[in-house]
Design a protein around this ligand. Structure first.
Ligand code: SAH
Ligand code: SF4
Length: 363
């Protein structure tokens, strides 16, 4: 089955192929410099190209007016800039949330969301097509993992969001890895992606403005603690005991809550940074006062913050969002126990902007 969207881009069904193509967005600054030297070019061209790409946010080599014409032509051939092809951009009625749907060169669908707030503009980036973790309430995990995205396929999501934000007269200020996929199942490309965005020759995007969210892949948390980047870490907890968490987040069978907490404490000790725990609140599942008390016991005394995300229901899954009063009550129990808590409603429900939902719709 193929599907044609209104931009006339054909979407082929997934065949689980891997991306092997290298685009400009896949190259770190030093790699680009080495590549140019191999081509017999002056190394300073790398700084010019990074500036055009990540500061001036141009969309093609033809706009890089200080490069020799023949170099522009040969780079367009050898190092393309179309890491992803946009097939759709949906805006909410108030224009404050934009959802992008992209096609990869091998016919996979990828989602990105850009959210405008009064004081910031945040992009939510995907790192995989699908996800192998298979959380019970998540649309992304439904079809398993298709493939990892390359660093370049992640970078271009951020660059494209920055372009749109600039068109609205707004800088892109924050980035969260809370789209499709598990970043620590694609560790190497995720860190490379962060390095490219953070590079001072390019976007110079502050690591402190980047949040990496994991379902609790402990080796990934340990590796992140040793990286030079001061990124924020979010852990998707969703339950305070193993019995409940294993039902919701299957990776809990491999890494138990005790192990997760020990790793989280070690991370805080090593980095001095606060961890955010995400908690998707589901009616009748993990929203009782007893569960809130148990969660408070688990997190008490830790340098952390809880983000309650009232569930964004997925059509084919049985989980529901609690009533507002129950959401507030759950948050109040945590607050009363001294756990810093925020309720974060997901944006763009009417454009299926929750994790994996737009892609699921188009498939
Ligand atoms: N795989 C990573 C990051 C992507 S998901 C992770 O799981 O942390 C980002 C966040 O959205 C996670 O906390 C995830 O549990 C949550 N999420 C997924 N589906 C959701 C839904 N239907 N409603 C609310 N939150 C959801
Ligand atoms: Fe994967 Fe995160 Fe969805 Fe779980 S919530 S299936 S880890 S994307």
């Amino acid at each position: 089955m193929t599907e044609t969207l209104d931009t006339n881009v054909r979407i082929m069904p997934s065949r689980g192929r891997r991306a092997t193509r290298t685009t400009l967005f896949d190259l770190g600054f030093e790699e680009l410099r080495a590549r140019l030297v191999d081509l017999g070019q002056q190394p300073f061209r790398a700084a010019q190209i990074y500036d055009w790409t990540y500061q001036k946010l141009v969309t093609g080599y033809e706009q890089m007016s200080n490069l020799p014409a023949e170099l522009r032509v040969s780079l367009a051939e050898s190092l393309p800039m179309d890491a992803l092809t946009q097939v759709h951009a949906l805006e909410t009625d108030d224009g404050e949330t934009v959802k992008f749907l992209y096609n990869t060169h091998d016919g996979q669908l990828v989602e990105t969301v850009l959210m405008f707030y009064p004081d910031r503009a945040t992009v939510c980036v995907s790192c995989q097509v699908g996800c192998a973790v298979g959380c019970a309430f998540c649309a992304t995990g439904l079809g398993g993992l298709q493939r990892n995205l390359t660093a370049g396929e992640m970078v271009v999501q951020a660059v494209n969001a920055a372009r749109l934000a600039h068109e609205h007269g707004r800088p892109l200020t924050n980035l969260v890895m809370m789209g499709m996929g598990e970043p620590f199942h694609n560790y190497r490309e995720t860190i490379k992606f962060i390095g490219i965005l953070n590079d001072k020759h390019g976007m110079n995007f502050g690591a402190r403005r980047i949040t990496v969210s994991t379902s609790g892949i402990l080796p990934g948390i340990e590796r992140l603690a040793a990286e030079p980047y001061q990124v924020n870490l979010a852990i998707s907890l969703h339950a305070p005991n193993d019995e409940l968490r294993s039902q919701l987040v299957p990776i809990n069978d491999r890494f138990s809550i005790d192990q997760l907490m020990a790793t989280a404490r070690a991370y805080i000790e090593r980095t001095g940074r606060r961890i955010s725990f995400e908690y998707a609140l589901m009616k009748g599942i993990n929203d009782s006062d007893e569960v809130a008390e148990e969660l408070a016991d688990l997190l008490s005394g830790m340098l952390c913050h809880v983000n309650i995300i009232p569930l964004n229901p997925v059509d084919v899954l049985p989980y529901e969002r609690p009533e507002t009063a129950d959401i507030d009550r759950f948050a109040a129990v945590l607050e009363a126990r001294g756990i810093p808590t925020t309720v974060r409603y997901s944006r763009g429900v009417e454009i299926a902007a929750a994790c994996g939902q737009l892609r699921a719709k188009f498939q």
